[in-house]
Design a protein around this ligand. Structure first.
Ligand code: AKG
Ligand code: FE2
Length: 359
């Protein structure tokens, strides 16, 4: 891994560090992220998508076509999964493939500036391979049907529904960037995509002052995330110098952009820092969509600024290399990154510098 790649890998951490050091960052406001109605004509929806992506990197989607019944069935399946004895869940413990069960308090914290995330989770991907050595590859780890009846089939149906919503969002994203509507089809033909059922455990509330979160401040690694939550609040996003609540809205999903879109658009469409500050038990299910493993992450031609090099990113890398780098940097080598950041401190922007883009 060369120096340019490393600096890109640590860029989100630098943003997090800046946010942590910024005075007034804990203040929250009741600004609302915009709603994009997916049933509106392409031009209307794409226009709204464009401003939401430029201003927030987060939006709600309404009229997404997924039945409330399927969303409810999915949450009920998720609750039945987590209600199993710990021993049964540990038999499915996730490994290098990032598939299966992530116990409470084990290495899920997404940045070195907060404690371990206060949650347990289950991951299943939309593709399986015999290759168990590559990160993110391998076979899903489903519980036996007799242990959690209907869990696998419900989650697979839900994955299918999320994948369809994602196709509509990708089409609007392309139009919002003045690109052909099918622009993203090829680079998402074999996506690295997964459902993640998350359980924020009762009796383990967050405490932002102590760096205790359901999920610590982070950006998502992929291209976009479609999030369903139960009725509990907790999700917050960092806009300018403020944390904004993104509360559940009946019949809608939250959609946010990940690092890949930020990269393709040279930061025009944002991968926004967010966190979960939960006060009680909470369930959520994000669907994470990254591009094909070998898709390139070079800045799109119409997002390059003449005479200007892309922010901190290398000229090109691939989706698989990026995911591997983020995983290595943030899960396995957390301490090394902290050391590198502090060694490099004199060259880093001062805390509070506009690493989190202002409104
Ligand atoms: O549970 C939530 O509301 C968001 C979770 C999240 O941001 C993540 O898992 O990346
Ligand atoms: Fe996230």
């Amino acid at each position: 891994m060369d120096a340019a790649n490393l600096s890109w890998a640590s860029a989100p951490l630098t943003r997090i560090q800046a946010a942590q050091g910024r005075k007034g960052i804990e203040e929250t406001t009741h600004l609302q992220v915009p709603v994009v109605d997916l049933a509106e004509p392409d031009e209307v929806a794409a226009q709204k998508m464009r401003s939401a992506c430029e201003d927030y990197g987060f939006l709600y989607v309404a009229n997404h076509g997924v039945s409330q019944q399927l969303v409810d069935e999915q949450f009920s399946a998720s609750k039945r999964f987590f209600a199993q004895p710990l021993k049964s869940k540990l038999a499915l413990k996730a490994d290098r493939g990032n598939r299966g069960y992530f116990p409470f308090g084990t290495g899920s914290a997404k940045n070195p500036f907060s404690q371990e995330d206060r949650k347990e989770a289950f991951n299943a991907y939309g593709f399986e391979t015999e290759d168990l050595d590559q990160p993110f590859h391998g076979r899903n780890k489903w519980p036996a049907e007799e242990h959690v009846p209907g869990f696998r089939s419900t989650m697979e149906r839900y994955y299918g529904a999320m994948h369809s919503v994602a196709q509509r969002v990708l089409r609007l994203l392309a139009l919002a960037l003045d690109l052909p509507a099918d622009f993203f089809n090829e680079r998402f033909s074999r996506p690295v995509a997964n459902i993640r059922a998350v359980h924020y455990i009762a009796g383990q509330p967050s405490n932002a002052d102590q760096g205790i979160f359901g999920v610590g401040p982070h950006t998502d690694w992929g291209a976009l995330t479609i999030l369903a939550t139960d009725n509990e609040r907790g999700l917050q996003i960092c806009v300018g110098s403020t944390w904004i609540d993104v509360d559940p809205r009946p019949g809608m999903f939250v959609v946010n952009l990940g690092d890949m879109v930020d990269r393709w658009t040279n930061g025009r469409f944002r991968s926004t820092l967010h966190r979960v500050v939960n006060t009680s038990e909470r369930f959520s299910t994000p669907f994470f969509l990254a591009a094909n493993w070998d898709a390139e992450l070079a800045v799109l031609p119409n997002c390059q600024v003449a005479g200007e090099l892309a922010e901190v990113a290398p000229a090109t890398t691939t989706c698989g290399a990026w995911l591997t780098m983020r995983r290595t940097a943030e899960y396995d080598k957390k301490r090394r990154i902290v050391e590198e950041e502090s060694e490099a401190a004199p060259q880093l922007p001062v805390l509070g510098a506009p690493q989190i883009r202002a409104q």
